[in-house]
Write a protein that binds this ligand. Sequence first.
Ligand code: MF3
Ligand code: CO
Ligand code: CO
Length: 267
Amino acid sequence: MSVTIKNNADIEKMRIAGKLASEVLDYITPHVIPGITTDELDRLCHDYMVNVQNTIPAPLNYAPPGYAPYPKSICTSINQQVCHGVPGERVLKSGDIVNLDITVIKDGYHGDTSRMFCVGTPTPQAKRLCDITHDCMWIGIAQVRPGATLGDIGHAIQKHAESSGYSVVREFCGHGIGKNFHEDPQVLHYGRPGAGLALQAGMIFTIEPMVNAGKRDIRQMGDGWTVVTKDRSLSAQWEHTVLVTPDGYEVMTLSAGTPPPPAFIAR
Ligand code: MF3
Ligand code: CO
Ligand code: CO
């Protein structure tokens, strides 16, 4: 596969899909409280996508090579779960942190975004991990402009995570996105400045760092999807879909409820 350059018509459709994905997160936010199950969150999001937005939940039945079809419409990754947590009967309780990852398809185009939620009252350690991972995502986004490289993005993220005492998951990465859920390039969340592909206006990809409070090693659970930290430390992730513009970047997955970028990110 090769990296596609989106034209203006593609970009306009990606703006629409991206905003809709973010609006699913806005919709579900008041429901992320102690006592709800992840299956209930999945059902609420599924019904909102299908019945209100007329979007398709991209995860449902998604089956990349080597994976069984994904059985749900969203991913719900709790505490030491790194990504791809499968909704089920587990009840959220105060102190949990949970990533909700939403991908919608609208008019053939994908919008992919995720946020962390603190359920009830978070511990200071959990809150710090969520906040610093959000900063890591934005520090990566702020690197995006024509001529910068994928290594610049990865390095900036890795440096902030590791200097905060955390580690970056290596096995999963951001990805090109458009008519396909996952396409080239792979956007690693670690790397060397100046290394890798040079960015060009019209590229669209996700930046979605997974940051562990402990070591970076992960394990796959027996369900074939859920990924957890090997040392059972907490893990956080945030995700936006980003367009390379002639003079920088445009975040495509913004909506009324999107948490603002950290103050140190220039606008
Ligand atoms: N939304 C995830 C990503 O950011 C992919 C989830 S694949 C699924 O790339 F099948 F688990 F939904
Ligand atoms: Co993604
Ligand atoms: Co995602």
